[in-house]
Design a protein around this ligand. Structure first.
Ligand SMILES: O=C(O)CCC(=O)C(=O)O
Length: 205
């Protein structure tokens, strides 16, 4: 995808990647490579990473992927049957949030970070429609590190859309996306650099 492919026409309106029932906008790289490198290094060394846990069919799963969870208030967030407590924003992460907000015009009050140490770690099909999140709210995913494929699949039709998320790039999902589409970060056998995604969210407090 080239820079011009991101826009519908000369008025610089971003293209909605989803053909119906949702909205997903890929902004491409919103920071230069040196800044993205610095963001990645900060996230790897300073965020409080821990393995994710979930209950799948009543069984507790501990993921290889790690997560770190921050919000404006020390709230809890429940998904996959597991409740997590949010930590307070470190200043540098708040700065990244403001950079993302400036780019997309949305305001976020929380961030779930995901850390994938290699291509063997990914995320299977799911949607982010938990009751703790604002209904039809926006999610802004800032990607840092190894480029990865990101895929959408329509819940009813099975139609799929995918793209590659570059180092320092931003993907926004909003509107009815979480109701009608699943998304995933497929695992790959390719040799991929470690990757962090910062998924800025709008929680109901
Ligand atoms: O790492 C990614 O880009 C995907 C993250 C994701 O799907 C999620 O946090 O719900």
């Amino acid at each position: 995808m080239t820079y011009t492919d991101l826009f519908e026409n000369d008025d610089m309106k971003l293209i909605n990647l989803l053909p119906q029932d949702g909205e997903a906008y890929y902004h491409g790289k919103i920071v230069d490579t040196a800044t993205a490198d610095m963001y990645l290094a900060k996230c790897l060394s300073k965020l409080s990473w821990e393995h994710d846990r979930a209950f799948i069919y009543g069984k507790e799963i501990v993921t290889k992927r790690k997560i770190a969870w921050y919000a404006d208030k020390p709230v809890s967030y429940t998904y996959s049957g597991y409740t997590k407590m949010a930590l307070a924003w470190p200043n540098f992460l708040r700065g990244m949030k403001q950079r993302v907000e400036g780019e997309c015009g949305e305001v976020f009050n929380s961030c779930l970070g995901n850390f994938y140490s290699s291509g063997e770690e990914g995320m299977s099909w799911h949607s982010d429609a938990e009751k703790d999140l604002v209904e039809n709210g926006a999610i802004g995913a800032l990607s840092l590190g190894g480029e990865r494929k990101f895929a959408f699949k329509h819940r009813q039709t099975g139609e799929s859309v995918s793209l590659v998320l570059a180092h320092g790039s931003l993907l926004i999902m909003k509107g009815a996306t979480q109701k009608n589409w699943l998304h995933s970060l497929p695992k790959t056998k390719r040799d991929i650099e470690p990757r962090v995604s910062l998924t800025f969210r709008q929680m109901r407090f």
